[in-house]
Write a protein that binds this ligand. Structure first.
Ligand SMILES: [Zn+2]
Length: 334
């Protein structure tokens, strides 16, 4: 270690993150909110803040064919990674697609085929799964059918899954088990495990997912209530990953996580939660209120560290880094 490094006031330089779930294709990062322009494109500043906070890389979420294509483009441009798949709330797109569900699955397949290697590659099949809180977008039967069909892509390309499960645990694990993902993350059928992201379920559900060989992704939404915190604490640290789900899932003062964030050292607080303004009062270099950013991943990590006080912040973060590199095969980041 050089003198210059050891003289730094913090150990922030030793802290490094991979945000496994970031919706960087969302137009709010370009200043557009529900089709209305509110401020300039500030994606470069968002990325600058994330770098300052120790975010070394990200996995950009693809939520349908179009978004997956955009996610891959952004990943190539910035040297990140992407997922390719269709979110349950978009699953009616399979049936509406020209050529039908087979053609839609084939479009996802072709995106994977062309992008499984090199810079900006696809590292997971997803976001896919079931969301029974939002069946107004797609009925459970539609969601189930197209969740199941996407599992074939994970088998074909031996890729991990990036999974979403909301109020649908029973059907979710039933489909995974029926398709061979009930043991060891589906390795026996050609799969390669994966992560159930944005986990907000029950401790028993968590235990079942972990016993099936899946990892669990935690963000601000996973740390909202005291029950959430108890559940987050129960995640085996060898199976834990961090995400922001930005621009969603901001951590707020009303969440149970706040008591833990209150103990965040000032120099880290400045990096993870820079001053914010409303979109209408946009000022370059400031975070937009209510629009979560990858730099806040450090806050999620800090809460996890507080739930495991026997380990240092650095050790927790390092463990999670290792899990992420191993599952998604991101060895070039080391
Ligand atoms: Zn999700």
């Amino acid at each position: 270690m050089s003198i210059a490094t050891s003289a730094l006031p913090s150990q922030a330089n030793k802290i490094r993150f991979i945000d496994i779930g970031v919706n960087l294709t969302d137009l709010v990062f370009r200043g557009e909110y529900h089709g209305k322009r509110k401020h300039d494109d500030d994606l470069p500043l968002v990325l600058e803040r994330s770098r300052a906070a120790g975010v070394k890389s990200m996995i950009i979420t693809g939520g349908n064919v179009h978004e997956s294509r955009m996610a891959l483009e952004l990943a190539k441009e910035h040297g990140f990674y992407a997922t390719v798949g269709c979110h349950p709330t978009h699953s009616t797109e399979f049936d509406k697609f020209k050529g039908g569900p087979e053609a839609y699955l084939d479009a996802l397949d072709q995106l994977l085929q062309a992008n499984v290697k090199g810079r900006g590659r696809a590292v997971a099949v997803g976001e896919c799964g079931l969301d029974y809180d939002r069946t107004h977008f797609a009925a459970p039967e539609v969601q189930k059918k197209h969740f199941r069909s996407q599992l074939s892509l994970a088998k074909k390309y031996h890729l991990p899954l990036f999974l979403h499960s909301r109020s649908a645990h029973k059907d979710f694990v039933t489909i995974l088990r029926e398709e061979g993902f009930g043991i060891n993350g589906g390795k026996e059928v050609g799969g390669n495990g994966g992560v159930v992201h944005s986990f907000t379920g029950l401790v028993e559900e968590l235990a079942e997912l972990m016993s099936m060989g899946f990892h669990v992704g935690v963000n601000g939404c996973s740390l909202k209530t005291t029950d959430n915190l108890a559940c987050a604490q129960a995640i085996n640290l060898d199976l834990l990953m961090l995400e922001t789900d930005a621009p969603w899932c901001s951590m707020t003062g009303a969440h149970a996580s706040k008591v833990h964030l209150n103990t965040l050292p000032t120099h880290l607080n400045e990096l993870y939660f820079p001053p914010s303004v409303k979109p209408e009062k946009f000022s370059p270099g400031k975070v937009v209120k209510g629009r979560n950013e990858p730099c806040s991943i450090g806050g999620v990590a800090w809460v996890i560290h507080r739930l495991h006080p026997e380990l240092s912040f650095e050790d927790v973060v390092d463990k999670i880094w290792r899990n992420t590199v191993d599952v998604f095969g991101l060895n070039e980041l080391d």
